[in-house]
Design a protein around this ligand. Structure first.
Ligand code: GTP
Ligand code: YYY
Ligand code: MG
Length: 178
């Protein structure tokens, strides 16, 4: 029932790969009790399930590309509905990755109250992801894919920030907790 989330408070969390979106979201959850939904985590859960769709997603993510828009949007919507009865609001982490993703979300679900922009230097992001790659087991935490994710971030995702900037709902936070 999509009606259940019609008036939900929505916060988009956007930032480069390894900027610290997940880390900042955990802190917000601890303080404000919002429901954290990481689009990347939802996609990786589908991959881990071993489904046919998961295999296709894995191939795309390994290359550092974006998965089809409808796939990730459906997953977010289902996850939101599943938490609707207990949720005070949603942190949608890693979404939108491109302006089109934001437009579709608004059509199918609703408008964000805020966009949290997690800011970090490219050099910092690369260093963190290379370090994370030593233990994460993530197929995309390798030098070649990290570079592609970063390029795509500057090309497709940074315009998302400018888009919501015009609506006055962007808040910039540092991705550095230390
Ligand atoms: N030193 C330091 N490391 C951090 C900080 N924030 C996050 N990290 C590390 O940087 C890596 C990336 O952080 P995440 O929170 O996973 O970043 P993300 O933006 O969710 O990255 P993706 O999962 O690639 O989307 C992790 O290994 C974190 O432990 C910080 O403030 N300082
Ligand atoms: N809205 C989204 C979120 C993630 N993806 C894909 C593409 C991303 O590189 C991977 C992993 O996403 P995740 O947010 O976990 O990681 P990065 O920010 O790219 O480091 O999933 C997508 O296509 N669309
Ligand atoms: Mg993350």
């Amino acid at each position: 029932m999509a009606d259940k989330i019609k008036d939900a408070k929505i916060v988009f969390v956007v930032g480069g790969p390894g900027s610290g979106k997940g880390t900042q979201c955990e802190k917000i959850v601890a303080k404000y009790g919002y429901t954290h939904l990481s689009s990347g985590d939802l996609l990786r859960a589908e991959v881990a399930s071993g489904s046919e769709r998961g295999k296709q997603l894995q191939a795309i993510m390994q290359k550092g590309e974006l998965v089809p828009l409808d796939t990730v949007l459906d997953m977010i919507k289902d996850a939101m509905i599943a938490k609707a009865d207990v949720s005070k609001g949603y942190l949608i982490d890693g979404y939108p990755r491109e302006v089109k993703q934001g437009e579709e979300f608004e059509k199918k679900i609703g408008a964000p109250a805020l966009l949290l922009y997690v800011d970090a230097k490219a050099e910092t992001m690369v260093q963190r992801l290379m370090k994370r790659g030593e233990t994460s087991g993530r197929a995309d935490d390798n030098e070649e894919t990290i570079k592609k994710r970063l390029d795509l971030y500057y090309k497709a995702t940074e315009p998302v920030i400018a888009y919501y900037e015009k609506r006055g709902i962007v808040r910039k936070v540092s991705g550095n907790t230390d």
